[in-house]
Write a protein that binds this ligand. Structure first.
Ligand code: DX5
Ligand code: ZN
Length: 222
């Protein structure tokens, strides 16, 4: 029997005011969102820095919302413990750097939270296949990671479709997430490709409260 997965929007706090990130969290909470996406950048794997476990831990005190933590790090395996302790509910790690991916994915699950694997727009999709039985989420970057506010790269959706087809014809049960440049215009093609979780930073936070709700509802009503 085909699994029915609820589709939903996960606001990306990166687009908030970094002098007051709890405000961006409150916006998502008041809007009724169930997940918030938190981008961690190390200045090596991506050409930017964001924030670390201290910030995540301080934000955790303001909300019970699901913390979807996306590690853009050269050595994500070294930072699993601090982000688990900070209150992450899911930690996703990139396929591209060299480390023991299976061990890191297992370590995240053994900490009692969900795990995810991520690929950049130019990474071969087949590299994901060995990990599909080990993950709760597969994240497809629809921009080159490092900065919010970039343009959605639509041809990534071919890779999404491929992984969604593999999922549909197997017992695998992970969510498919897209991240980068996602806005109201990308909803339909993403839905057709098989996306479940829509990360949106710039497009979400620039809207007024009513338009934010309708953005989220368009996804959730599908
Ligand atoms: C990009 C980050 C994204 C980013 C998305 O490096 O991983 O999560 O916050 O932001 P927008 O929606 O502005 O592209
Ligand atoms: Zn992200």
């Amino acid at each position: 029997m085909k699994t029915v997965r609820k589709k939903f929007l996960a606001p990306s706090i990166l687009a908030g005011n970094h002098a007051n990130l709890s405000e961006a969290l409150k916006t998502a909470d008041e809007d009724g969102r169930k997940w918030i996406h938190l981008d961690i950048m190390d200045g090596h794997f991506v050409p930017n820095l964001s924030f670390g476990p201290q910030t995540v831990s301080d934000l955790r005190k303001h909300s019970d919302i699901f913390f979807d933590v996306h590690l853009m790090l050269d050595q994500p395996d070294l930072y699993i413990d601090p982000f688990v302790a900070a209150g992450a509910d899911l930690i996703s790690i990139h396929l591209e750097p060299k480390y023991d991916h299976s061990a890191a994915l297992l370590k995240i699950r053994q900490a009692g939270i969900k795990n995810g694997i991520v690929i950049n727009p130019d990474t071969e999709v087949d590299g994901l296949i060995p990990f599909l039985d080990q993950v709760d989420l597969v994240l497809f970057m629809t921009v080159f990671p490092g900065f919010g506010g970039q343009k959605f790269i639509e041809n990534v959706l071919g890779k999404v479709s491929r992984i969604a087809q593999i999922r549909d014809s197997s017992d695998f049960d992970f969510l498919i997430e897209v991240d980068g440049g996602v806005g109201p215009d990308s909803i339909q093609p993403c839905l057709e490709a098989g996306v479940d979780v829509f990360v949106a930073g710039t497009a979400y936070y620039k809207l007024n409260a009513a338009d934010r709700k309708s953005f989220a509802h368009t996804i959730e009503a599908s």
